[in-house]
Design a protein around this ligand. Sequence first.
Ligand SMILES: Nc1ncnc2c1ncn2[C@@H]1O[C@H](COP(=O)(O)OP(=O)(O)OP(=O)(O)O)[C@@H](O)[C@H]1O
Ligand SMILES: [Mg+2]
Length: 216
Amino acid sequence: MSLEVKAEGLWKHYGDKVVLKGITYRFNARRVYALLGPNGSGKTTLLRLLALLEEPSRGRILYLRDGRALRADMALRRSICMVLSEPALFNTTVLGNVLYGLRLRGLRRRQASHMALEALARLGLQDKARQRALTLSSGEAQRLALARALAVQPQVLFLDEPTASVDEENSQAIEEIIASVGRHCTVIFSTHDIGQAHRLADVLLRLKEGRLLEDE
Ligand SMILES: Nc1ncnc2c1ncn2[C@@H]1O[C@H](COP(=O)(O)OP(=O)(O)OP(=O)(O)O)[C@@H](O)[C@H]1O
Ligand SMILES: [Mg+2]
C-alpha cells in the first residue's frame, strides 16, 4: 500500500528567475531521500511541488500505487504530509494542533487524543500539551510540526530542514524518528547537514543549477 512519487519534466520559475529546469525523477516507496544544495537552489520549492502545495510552471507530479497513477484528490492529499522548517501552527494549544488533522480525518475524540498524545510524547512534548502553540520556542515548534505530521500516519512525508533550529539531543531524537518512519513510508527531506544526509538517507540527491543529481 505504499506510494511512489514521480516528477516528470518539472520546471518552476518565478518571474524570469528559473529555479527548476526540467526535473524528472522517481521516488520509490519506503526509501529515504536527502535533498542537498546551497541556499536558493530550490530545495523548498521542489518539496512544495512534490507535496502538491504549489503548481509547477511546466511538467507534472504523479503519485503511483502499484504502478498505477492516482488522482490528486482529497484522499491522496491526506496521505501525504509536508513539515516546513518554520511551520505555521494554529493559534490553539499544542495538543489542539495535533488533534486538528486527526479530527479532520474523522477520528473520534478519544482515539484522536490518544494518538495525539502519543505523537507528542515521541517528540518529547507531552508536558507541553496544554501550552499555547504560538508560545513555543522555534525548536519546540519544529518538533510540534513533526508530531502533527506523524500523528496522521502519512504514506509520503516531506521534511524541509527538519532539524534546522533543533538542539543536539532533539535532533538525535528526530533523526531516529525519520529512520523509523522511513521503514514503512517514503521520506524526502532537505538538509544542509551532509552527515545527517549520510546517516539517514538511502539516496542522496543534490540540486544544482536547477537540475537534480543523484550522488554516487
Ligand atoms: N514565491 C516566490 N517568489 C519569488 N521567488 C521565489 C519564491 N519562492 C522561492 N523563490 C526563489 O526561488 C529560489 C529557490 O528558493 P528555495 O526556497 O526553494 O531555495 P532553498 O534551496 O530551499 O534554499 P534554503 O537552503 O535557503 O532554504 C530562491 O532564489 C528564491 O528566492
Ligand atoms: Mg529552503
